[in-house]
Design a protein around this ligand. Structure first.
Ligand code: AQP
Length: 330
């Protein structure tokens, strides 16, 4: 068990199914790498995900699938706390308190809100608007100082820090500033629209899911767009750039250098680059998929891990919530 005097790290993922290599490289891989270094609290943020329509009949299955994927990637419940957000009610309680500190104008600026309201015009709900406030509550409820995320979440974390500062100014010093952890792979682009980030909601062909079969991975990479983006002389197109970035993250330096040389000499065959990339992704995902199969055989154990995680999170949340209420005169 890690030294509990360490700084606290918090991060979450929505149980929206089909965890992809963007989620993996931007966040989940870091969840594993950082679990020795910090007191890690990881949450399957089911309350965030209902800001978009979810099928209640399938939702528990999706939550389980997400938990299984996280464990298969290497999050170790002996080292980190893993729980489902809605099991710890203080998240929403704190979000309400933070609502009273958050200017509407700040939320109106949020890029994710603007994008998601465009994508889900039929359901632009208050939850979608308030999403970043719940996220601030998720992190600050545990006094987390470190948050590994993809680049798309940086704006939300800045807002969390603003909310923390506002609270401190109004009610007395309490919350620390959050430091985002951004690593290589923090912004993986879509395979089909490389000017946009890889995203579940943009359709199956734009992402590679960590559960995708080898055959599917080969097909998706083979169809990846290479010829879009600014054709600036001497600069790779966005699609090619994305393939090189993925190659550098999944493969070895020698392979990357070989294709870089070919690119510079204009002898590169993208079909070969894509083959090498597909095989490298398959090599990384095969052991994860094997562990998924093993973990799936024991759903009771997964449930027990989540229950224990929720209990651990509740203990911290209850204590901090009592302090917060006292500070606020509630
Ligand atoms: N393309 C990406 N590159 C790097 N990191 C990414 N993340 C998401 N997309 C990329 C990071 O993954 C973590 C979990 O994200 P989430 O559960 O909030 O999912 P999301 O960002 O909503 O993922 P999608 O695929 O984009 O879903 P939809 O299409 O539903 O919006 C976060 O740390 C995120 O930064």
């Amino acid at each position: 068990m890690a030294d509990k005097e360490q700084k606290t790290l918090f991060s979450g993922i929505q149980p929206t199914g089909n965890i992809h290599i963007g989620n993996y490289l931007g966040a989940l891989k870091n969840w594993v790498d950082l679990q020795e270094q910090y007191r890690c609290i990881y949450s399957i943020v089911d309350l965030h995900a209902i800001t978009i329509d979810q099928d209640p009949k399938k939702y528990q299955e999706q939550i389980m699938e997400t938990a299984i994927d996280i464990l298969a990637i290497g999050v170790d419940p002996k080292k980190a706390t893993l729980f489902v957000q809605s099991k710890v009610t203080q998240h929403t309680e704190l979000a309400w308190m933070f609502n009273t500190l958050t200017p509407m104008s700040e939320l109106e600026r949020m890029t994710q809100y603007k994008d998601k309201s465009q994508d889900h015009k039929e359901n632009i709900n208050v939850g979608l608007f308030d999403y970043p406030v719940l996220q601030a509550a998720d992190v600050l409820l545990y006094h987390a100082e470190v948050v590994p995320v993809g680049e798309d979440q940086l704006q939300h974390l800045e807002l969390s820090n603003m909310i923390g500062r506002k609270f401190n100014n109004k009610y007395g010093n309490f919350f620390k500033q959050i430091k985002p952890v951004i690593t290589a792979g923090a912004r993986i682009m879509s395979l089909t629209e490389p000017d946009k980030k890889m995203s579940k909601s943009k359709g199956e062909k734009n992402y590679i899911a960590i559960r995708d079969s080898a055959e599917n991975i080969r097909k998706k990479v083979a169809h990846a767009v290479t010829d879009t983006g600014p054709a600036v002389e001497g600069k790779k197109s966005l699609g090619v750039n994305n393939l090189f970035e993925l190659l550098s993250l999944f493969s070895d330096e020698k392979t990357v250098a070989k294709f870089e040389t070919q690119y510079n000499q204009k002898t590169i065959k993208y079909s070969e680059l894509k083959k090498a990339l597909a095989e490298a992704i398959i090599m990384t995902l095969t052991p994860i998929q094997k562990r998924i199969k093993e973990i799936e055989t024991n759903p009771k154990k997964v449930k027990a891990i989540l229950d224990k995680g929720a209990k651990q999170a509740q203990v911290i949340a209850e204590k901090n919530m009592a302090d917060i209420k006292k500070k606020m005169g509630l």
